[in-house]
Design a protein around this ligand. Sequence first.
Ligand code: ZN
Length: 286
Amino acid sequence: MPARAKLSAARRRPAASPWPNGARRCVFLQFHFDAESGWLSRDPATADLPGVLSQGVYGAKMGVPRILDLLKAERVPSSWFIPGWVAERHPAAARAIRDRGVEIGHHGYLHERARPDDPAGERESFARGMKALETVLDVKPIGYSAPGWDLTPITLDLVREHGMIYSTNLMDDAYPYLHPGSPPVVEIPVDWILDDAPYYAFHPKWLPRPMQSPESVYTVWRDEFLGCYELGGMFDLTCHPQFSGHPSRLLALRKLIRLIKTHRNVWWATGREIAELWIRRAGVTR
Ligand code: ZN
């Protein structure tokens, strides 16, 4: 089959379950260890506001170990996306993540939101983030989650140039798919509905909005999983240690994981496993 035909076949909706070993659904848990970088990139003035930054520090000090312990106790896999600056700032926490054997992904340098009018800046941040993860953690990620999930026309080129095989940023599908071009780059779709930040992130000045209760967030995620289980697709949940690392939210996350575990034929996978599966299914070679 010509390469182009193989690619178009790979983009068609799977007629049968695409997941391995007879699984009906795929669950992908990803964590974004942003620490202070999310606040600093939002407004550099927060560098002189330790109260604001302390919300991010909580993620490093309390959120990361608590979530790692939860995942270990529940025996579920995960992928962790870490900005390079965070690995440099919190090397012990970043190494603790790596040493649990979970996948480490790329998440920019200082969590800069990429801008189409600044390709040089995006290119520099991308390379700097990769370099920091290699230096601090001795890992070379193969997956990229852009800060704020903001892609530009050059982002996928950067993913390829750095030898990566997947992006998890776009919201236009319920299944993974291959981006056009070569070598293959798999998109693993995300959505704000399955991100903890819109429900939990708060600051009186920067994010003045009501926080949602963990119970209501659990209800949304539960129903999204149940709908996914019935209708197909994948359940791709994104949580941040600084938000979901608080006790009531941890309990909600554990409750959700335990609910999912009561369902049979669910494939719990990392981003790497999903991307490699999709590339194999498409029959394309790198
Ligand atoms: Zn982030």
